[in-house]
Ligand binder design. Structure first.
Ligand code: SAM
Length: 308
């Protein structure tokens, strides 16, 4: 059967790398076959993302009946409370150990969801690998999303060796551990004790010796970290704006702040952000959240004379 799907069009030489990235992020549409178009490959994806185009694909018959799900390590997360679909997903791949249904949206200060186990082992914990880094995660205890893996790489690629980094909302440490490869030091803060415990495990597993895990309210960081930072990560999309003042207090003049926000328009917070001492602000679409809202990242260069 043929169907119209969103896809990424990439040069053949980039094909396998892109396929792996999409698989890790849970975005690869495995119900359709990747196809070629001259020197390019058309890789089907499960939703619209930046740079996606719409093309016709052939469905893979034997997997057609699998319901939609997102993969994080050995866990498949379904949108529907569908035990029969969950059993089919569990049987479809040896590496899946559990199928979950997200009973709630992301909620509370720790940004976690409530899950119900539909099939497999009775757990919300799993192991996840991203660009060679290994993470212990527990979806009911601490926030984690594989969908930001390309964002982490984008920021890592921008960094200079020896930068001082602050991750204000670090969760189980995916940004901190990715950026530690190039940083001299990463201060990684979270208010959720369970997230910090998992982060410490992940720091040890990945043998990082330059990350300082902090169990703290990010509001208090300017009183804790005394040396100005070259780069600050603010990944708390629903509530990050009230913390911008603290970020400017900690950034060095000319430093960079990456602020993630949930918006209806890309430029939604530009006016608010321009009240701070900024040199330049660029914004880019990150991923969709709901039909009318999406995540955006503001890359903010702090003014060369940051008076904060
Ligand atoms: N950066 C991580 C990642 O990409 O997986 C986690 C991002 S998650 C959207 C936001 C995190 O901020 C949660 O782990 C939550 O516990 C933490 N958080 C919420 N309010 C906070 C605060 N006031 N201070 C520090 N951390 C906070």
């Amino acid at each position: 059967m043929q169907t119209k799907r969103w896809c990424l069009k990439v040069h053949r030489s980039e094909g396998e790398k892109t396929r792996r990235r999409l698989l890790e992020e849970g975005l690869l549409d495995r119900l359709c076959r990747i196809r070629s178009d001259g020197d390019y490959l058309l890789i089907p994806i499960s939703g619209h993302t930046e740079g996606a185009v719409c093309e016709i694909f052939t469905c893979v018959p034997e997997k057609e009946e699998l319901p939609r799900f997102e993969q994080v390590g050995g866990i498949a997360i379904m949108q529907e409370d569908d035990p029969a679909g969950a059993a089919a997903i569990l049987a479809s791949k040896k590496t899946y150990h559990t199928v979950l249904y997200a009973e709630s949206a992301v909620h509370g200060p720790y940004r976690t969801k409530r899950y119900k186990v539909l099939a497999g082992a009775d757990t919300t914990a799993t192991e996840y690998t991203e660009y060679g880094h290994r993470f212990c995660i527990d979806l009911s205890l601490a926030y984690f999303s594989a969908r930001l893996s390309s964002e982490r790489q984008r920021i890592r690629n921008q960094m200079h060796i020896g930068e001082r980094v602050i991750d204000m909302f670090a969760g189980v440490g995916p940004f901190a551990i990715t950026l530690a490869d190039k940083a001299s030091v990463v201060y990684a803060c979270d208010i959720n004790p369970e997230a910090v415990i998992l982060m410490v495990t992940n720091i040890a597993r990945n043998q990082k010796k330059n990350i300082v895990p902090l169990l703290a309210d990010a509001r208090n960081l300017p009183g804790i970290i005394r040396h100005p930072a070259d780069r600050i990560i603010m990944n708390l999309p629903l509530h990050s704006i009230p913390f911008v003042q603290a970020a400017f207090q900690m950034a060095r003049p000319g430093g960079m702040i990456h602020l993630y926000a949930l918006v209806s328009q890309e430029d939604e917070y530009l006016e608010t952000l321009r009240r701070f001492p900024v040199e330049q602000i660029e914004h880019r679409y990150v991923r969709s959240y709901s039909p009318d809202r999406f995540h955006v990242v503001y890359d903010i260069i702090v003014a060369a004379t940051n008076p904060s």
